[in-house]
Design a protein around this ligand. Sequence first.
Ligand code: CMX
Length: 134
Amino acid sequence: MELSHIEHIGIAVKNLNAAVEYYENILGLKCYAIEEVKDQKVKTAFFMAGQTKIELLEATSDESPVAKFIEKKGEGIHHIAFAVKNIDSALQEVEQKGVRLIDKQPRKGAEGLDIGFLHPKSTFGVLTEFCEKK
Ligand code: CMX
């Protein structure tokens, strides 16, 4: 498997607008896109800090994984996403090595990326996402 870089860091927030204001007005970053990902029940806002992408996540339903996360753990870092060269084979490879997958097949995520999640109970507590730009 080839992990090329950290594609983004996902941060769960209760109020996207308030969080965007903080990142823009206090940290001086520019929000370059806001996108709802219906499949994941989230609204996202994206920033670049140098070469590192930050994705803010607000739940759009009580059933959203982000709503459940905030209820249990509060706001904060939700996941880390790695760019991979071939997401199908990367998911297959880690599963063969004993990692529990959330997504056995890639799905469509924000920014048109193919995404798949690894379960945090198999990854030392960090919800891990693979992404491939096709
Ligand atoms: N990071 C670390 N641990 C997490 C976690 C996270 N983001 N989310 C849940 N957990 C832990 C919980 O604390 C819990 O641990 P304990 O059993 O020790 O309490 C365990 O995982 C199970 O959590 P749960 O609350 O019972 O929640 P579910 O099993 O219903 O769901 C998960 C957990 C990870 C399978 C679910 O959140 C999921 O499918 N996530 C992937 C999709 C996603 O997060 N989408 C939103 C982002 C989309 C995007 O970036 O576009």
